[in-house]
Ligand binder design. Structure first.
Ligand code: FPP
Length: 250
């Protein structure tokens, strides 16, 4: 039986060579609705301002030497929101893509996606694929956007892939190891998750990167996402740098 393993990159270091800098940061961008409500604005205004916070955060992550930034932009459960809000979110993604793609490409950002974004319909799906293809050769930072993503769904899908391999006689059941399962997740080619941040004061993972967060440091902030900025990002990196990571050892 395989044992839980610490990421093999424990001893290796971030892009800039500093072990205090997380290679892979993920963010649950929560609080857009509350931000808007506090200001007496429609929810979409909170999401719009949230997209500006994404720009600021991306810039701060590049400057800090983070290799990969994973953002939870739309969960598998977000379909429960009103049709109007889902349409607004899709519109915002399309707008953001159109406005930012050239700059992302110029800055060397590689855009990719996890989840099942094809559910957003052929128009947006095609734009997302084109944006990913356009930036595929970049290597300053990977911006990995979770769209129609659910971690339980990702794990169920991984189980199906491996079950199929067993059924075809390609592997035996005991060859299903931690490494093999991790290798069929959508994050397989990304660095191990080092730091997971959630804004808005909620303290839960909400079906986000459950497997990948096994050894991540968790930082929960009282800020609402639209108020998140470079200073807050640096603060979270500072908290990470002070944590002692033992990966189950002493
Ligand atoms: C959570 O706040 C936020 C979302 C479900 C959407 C996140 C989307 C963006 C930040 C904008 C677009 C993203 C990109 C990548 C361009 P909430 O609405 O759940 O807030 P609440 O809990 O206060 O209601």
């Amino acid at each position: 039986m395989s044992e839980a393993v610490a990421p093999e990159t424990t001893e290796t270091v971030a892009g800039g060579g500093d072990p205090a800098v997380p290679r892979h940061v993920a963010i649950i961008m929560d609080g857009n609705g509350r931000w808007a409500k506090k200001k007496g604005l429609p929810r979409v205004a909170g999401h719009r301002e949230g997209a500006e916070a994404v720009r600021r955060t991306l810039k701060a992550a590049v400057e800090a030497g983070v290799e990969c930034l994973t953002l939870y932009a739309f969960s598998s459960e977000n379909w429960r929101r009103s049709e109007e809000e889902v349409t607004d979110l899709k519109g915002l993604m399309r707008f953001y893509l159109e406005r930012e793609l050239e700059e992302l490409a110029r800055e060397g950002v590689r855009l990719r996606f996890i989840g099942e974004p094809s559910a957003f319909g052929p128009d947006l799906w095609e734009r997302l694929q084109l944006a990913a293809a356009r930036t595929a050769g970049n290597d300053t930072l990977t911006l990995n956007v979770a769209l129609n993503y659910g971690s339980q769904q990702e794990l169920a899908r991984a189980a199906q892939i491996l079950a199929q391999e067993v059924a075809e006689g390609l592997i035996t059941p005991d060859e299903i190891t931690v490494e093999r399962l991790g290798g069929v997740l959508q994050t397989a080619e990304l660095p191990p998750l080092d730091l997971l941040i959630r804004t808005s004061g909620e303290v839960r993972l909400s079906n986000f990167l459950l497997w990948q967060a096994a050894y991540a440091e968790l930082v929960f902030l009282d800020l609402l996402w639209p108020d998140f900025d470079a200073q807050a990002f640096k603060g979270a990196l500072g908290t990470f740098a002070k944590r002692q990571r033992r990966f189950g050892g002493r």
